[in-house]
Design a protein around this ligand. Structure first.
Ligand SMILES: Cc1cc2nc3c(=O)[nH]c(=O)nc-3n(C[C@H](O)[C@H](O)[C@H](O)COP(=O)(O)OP(=O)(O)OC[C@H]3O[C@@H](n4cnc5c(N)ncnc54)[C@H](O)[C@@H]3O)c2cc1C
Length: 283
């Protein structure tokens, strides 16, 4: 029989995790579905369950010099209310579920669930966020790309939990989010996109693009981004087709119940093209 444990402190949660045998439940909006049972029966958990959502110690947004620190159990609605969180994060997070869900669901849950279609994590890749993992043995800080290693796979050890997410501040001229789903609300992404740019005197200082739902993990091609840093928007226009082809080679979507490989490939290309052409027109 599985044990159901509600720790009264974060420290106590880490001590329980030392066994390495617990499922962590935060908002429960992914994991309760994963282990759901027939109507009126409790979920079919395979291991002991640690319910952490009551741990107020991990509900915070600290605005510091150069970074925001987001406690792992901070619900999306709290993040959406914060005046200093950039709009690109809020646009992505407000597209997640409905208000009821967003009052309990967490960004840490979105990370640890590691879905290729996750929306919450997309701006984290754009901003080069880092994730602090902690256990009784200590803590380590990993870039978001190193935490999510594949579909439903992470580098989070069985004795660890996410303590906080560190988001560096950036002063992009534009940072944008687009979600393509079946409906306007409460839809799983078929394709998702974030783009950000910083231009000075017509020269690209920074350009970042992330794509979701089109590969086993979020695509952020830093090597391709580097090829356009330092060039003018006019030069970007001349290289646009080559850049789009290079991204197309990185996009590896699948056919599933929500969409087709071909549709995702084409829409992802269109989203990048639209974003870049908008910036070129402004230049
Ligand atoms: C109706 C509905 C609509 C949804 N819509 C969207 C959507 O539009 N976009 C989207 O991206 N997602 C969506 N989701 C999925 C889900 O709401 C999000 O992924 C959410 O961020 C999960 O957070 P949670 O706190 O509920 O995670 P939980 O379900 O509690 O946990 C998810 C996983 O993360 C692990 N975990 C949780 N917290 C920690 C931690 N601190 N440290 C280590 N591991 C941890 C758990 O063990 C579990 O494996 C939807 C879900 C539902 C039910």
């Amino acid at each position: 029989m599985v044990r159901h444990v509600i720790p009264s402190s974060y420290r106590e949660a880490l001590v329980h995790l030392r066994d390495g045998s617990f499922h962590i439940v935060a908002g429960g909006t992914d994991i309760m579905l994963k282990y759901r049972n027939a109507a009126d029966l409790p979920p079919r958990f395979e291991r002991d369950v640690l319910y952490v959502l009551n741990l107020d110690e991990l509900k915070y947004i600290h605005v510091e010099e150069g970074v925001w620190r987001i406690g792992a159990l901070t619900a999306y609605e709290t993040l959406l209310d914060h005046p200093e969180i950039p709009d690109v994060f809020k646009s992505a997070w407000i597209d997640i579920g409905g208000p009821g869900l967003r009052h309990v669901a967490t960004l840490a849950g979105n990370i640890a669930n590691a879905s290729p279609a996750a929306d919450g994590i997309m701006p984290l890749y754009l901003y080069d966020a880092q994730v602090v993992l902690e256990s009784c043995a200590g803590s380590r800080t990993l870039p978001i790309d190193a935490v999510i290693t594949g579909p439903k796979q992470t580098a989070i050890g069985p004795q660890e939990m996410i303590r906080e997410i560190i988001v560096p501040k950036h002063d992009f001229d534009v940072a944008t989010w687009v979600k393509v789903g079946t409906r306007k609300a409460d839809a799983i992404s078929k394709v998702s996109f974030c783009g950000a740019i910083k231009v000075e005197s017509g020269v690209i200082k920074d350009l970042r693009l992330t794509l979701g739902s089109v590969a086993p993990t979020v695509i952020r091609a830093r090597d391709l981004e580097a090829t356009v840093k330092g060039i003018t928007l006019t030069a970007l226009e001349a290289r646009l087709d080559a850049l789009l082809d290079a991204y197309a080679a990185r996009i590896r979507p699948i056919d599933d119940q929500r969409s087709t490989k071909h549709y995702r490939q084409q829409v992802a290309r269109n989203l990048i093209e639209d974003f870049l052409k908008q910036q070129i027109r402004k230049g």
